[in-house]
Design a protein around this ligand. Sequence first.
Ligand code: C5P
Length: 403
Amino acid sequence: MSDLAGKHIVLGLSGGVACYKAAEFCRALIKAGATVQVVMTEAAEHFITPVTMQALSGRPVYSSQWDAREGNNMPHINLSREADAIVIAPASADFMAKLLHGRADDLLSLLCLARPIERVPLIVAPAMNREMYAHPATQRNLAQLRADGTVVLGVGSGDQACGETGDGRMLEPHELLDELIAHFQPKRLAGRHVLITAGPTFEAIDPVRGITNRSSGKMGFAIARAAREAGAQVTLVAGPVALPTPRGVQRVDVQSALDMQRAVQASADAADVFIAAAAVADWRPATEAGQKIKKDGSGAVPALAFVENPDILASVAASARAQSGALYCVGFAAESHDLLAHAQAKRARKGVPLLVGNIGPDTFGLDHNALLLVDAQGARELPRADKHSLARALVAEIAQRLG
Ligand code: C5P
């Protein structure tokens, strides 16, 4: 996906070991369709050369406010006016202290100060030693930067170049990219709490065996990401899948349908929207053997009895909050044929205002899908596209219905 197509990013580097990650980040921005103008402080040039950044961005790097390449000799004005966003990665403690005071004694701080504040967002990715990050002066500066309208990204935790361990590492390039892409998405669900189920469930037969299904969880995870991009607080209840947690999403891992139901019940009261994208197993073994069921060599097979799992969606949809309209419920239907008729029937059976139909064999495990939205007004198709685009479109549809 060209998530940043048409966006022009000024990528500012201040001094820090994390400059090496800025090279990778620059590459990721270009791959996502952005054009990138790199601006470096003198300190940054001690860590990585402008040659590297020029090669990756395809543009000469700027570092001096006295750069005579600009016709009017005002790179701070020209570069900041062209930008859709200015991203400082890494943002050193010293550089942020400068920003905070409105100091402007090098090109990067100068163009941050000169940017049209209403139109060009300033996004900083702090990077420093854990003691520096935890220092009251730094924390005070971060709070003031936020109050001044700067978007201050979080930091990673772990091993640091200095040999210490703690908070202060710059986010990884893919995390920075996700943050920036999210920044440009319309905040249609700001202030809303969205609860989502995704993936299959695993119903244990004994400690080593169980039944499950082939749901990959990709659609549900894409919806979680899209909802977060739209400004929602997101809780994602995930069955056993090997997918990374979308940035900023609170994930609760579960195994069985009963676990999933408990996790959903724990969050449903605080949610404004519930999206059931999980492929919950319809049945579970009536009993779970405490020990592995052994083959005894006689040819006898175990007699497995099953009981029906609770319908998580239907029970949430029947709750007082859902019935009163305080909790908007969205269900999914994976069918093999007659999608419209089955989706309409399922919508009525589950008691939800919106049911999203898809053809199971055409989407299981794939990165693309096509959705059929069925509500009281009728049906609307979201044509085949990658799951992230579809998830954003679905989030927009839900936001519109919330009013
Ligand atoms: O009944 P069926 O599995 O076809 O319905 C699919 C929809 O119901 C999905 O939204 C799914 O997440 C939800 N569901 C559920 N609990 C179940 C079965 C399905 O929440 N036990």
